[in-house]
Design a protein around this ligand. Structure first.
Ligand code: IMP
Ligand code: MG
Length: 334
């Protein structure tokens, strides 16, 4: 696998956690750098337990993987410590000294600022924390006593892993339509979510990346405010089995059918070389738990082919159920 960047396609919640946990187990990923912040929850089902991870990288399921939080990330210290305990990863997780810190006052500001309220932010305080970082007055990980034993130089660790041909994942959060630069501004998050920005936050240069894997879901969901083209009524979403609630905040997600034109634009900006498509079983129930391409129905295969045609990107990973191993892995087509 070499160095793979995993990036979300639309408004997040495409199932990056599931795809990354699969790759971790299948490819024995040596190092994973999580970027972004606590506003994103990545869902991982592993050994009968469901994890909604806001800080710990989704590759934790492979017990030899070194877990890192990049210098571009924002760390919520209590949530980080809670997840480190829950996932039992204390001895193998590191935080870059220069990652910035979200403090309780940032969350208070996020929840009380009327402008941020109107955008429907998650309330975790990421926007106000980033604001302080750009003002260059934010606290960094190296300033926090509770993080002392976790501090490391992430760019050094990850680049030497790439030098020695180890398998590396750079774990993006959210999706391109929530990007501060490329998304549906102002209804976006406070950072760029593109593949290039994921590399930047991790301290990895673009020439070092082998694969950019964009993660699509078979339908689109969005939480918070802002336009959602083709939005369905809640009743229709429930009828189609598309109604979801957010893993992090519990808010109701709005939903819409897959958008092939938007998928093309997203693939281009990410520079995607491969695509994953999750929740094929929701659109085509007869595909549930399938693990081979031949086991998919004709309609399901046609849907995948239409995505490939629209985006010019091969679909190499297909999700057919919630478990980490409910996957059709077609990477042999590369
Ligand atoms: P913030 O990132 O908390 O400032 O929220 C800004 C917008 O991004 C809101 O519409 C949030 O619902 C959305 N958002 C932030 N993180 C996620 C995520 O992980 N999944 C889906 N939407 C998100
Ligand atoms: Mg999520």
């Amino acid at each position: 696998m070499g160095c793979t960047v995993v990036a979300g396609a639309f408004w997040g919640d495409e199932g990056k956690g599931k795809v990354i946990s699969y790759l971790a187990l299948k490819d024995k990923v040596d190092v994973c750098v999580r970027t972004g912040s606590v506003n994103a929850a990545h869902t991982v089902h592993f050994e009968g337990k469901r994890y909604a991870l806001h800080m710990v990288p989704s590759t934790f399921v492979y017990d030899k993987c070194r877990l890192l939080i990049g210098s571009g990330a924002n760390v919520h210290v209590p949530q980080f410590l809670k997840e480190v305990k829950e996932a039992s990863v204390e001895g193998r997780i590191g935080v870059d000294r220069q990652a910035s810190i979200i403090e309780p006052r940032h969350s208070e500001a996020d929840k009380s600022d009327s402008h941020l309220r109107s955008l429907g932010t998650t309330g975790w305080g990421v926007g106000p924390a980033v604001q302080e970082r750009t003002k260059r007055s934010a606290k960094l990980a190296k300033d926090v006593a509770e993080l002392k034993n976790f501090l490391t130089d992430v760019s050094e660790e990850v680049n030497s892993a790439i030098d020695t041909r180890k398998n590396v994942i750079l774990e993006g959060t959210q999706g391109l339509m929530l990007s501060l630069y490329h998304g549906s501004y102002p209804y976006v998050t406070s950072r760029d979510t593109s593949a290039a920005a994921i590399c930047s936050e991790a301290g990895v240069g673009p020439s070092r990346v082998d694969t950019v894997l964009v993660v699509y879901k078979t339908f689109i969901t969005r939480v918070g405010a802002g336009d959602l083209p083709g939005e369905l009524s809640k009743k229709e979403a429930v009828r189609r089995g598309w109604f979801e609630t957010a893993a992090g905040t519990g808010r109701e997600r709005r939903s819409a059918p897959f958008d092939f034109n938007l998928a093309r634009r997203v693939a281009k900006i990410h520079g995607a070389t491969e695509a994953a498509v999750t929740k094929l079983d929701i659109l085509y129930p007869d595909c549930k738990n399938a693990t081979t391409y031949d086991a998919l129905s004709k309609e399901a295969r046609e849907f995948i082919a239409t995505i490939e045609k629209a985006t010019s990107v091969p679909v190499t990973i297909v999700g057919t159920g919630p478990g980490a191993l409910d996957i059709v892995d077609r990477r042999e087509i590369m």
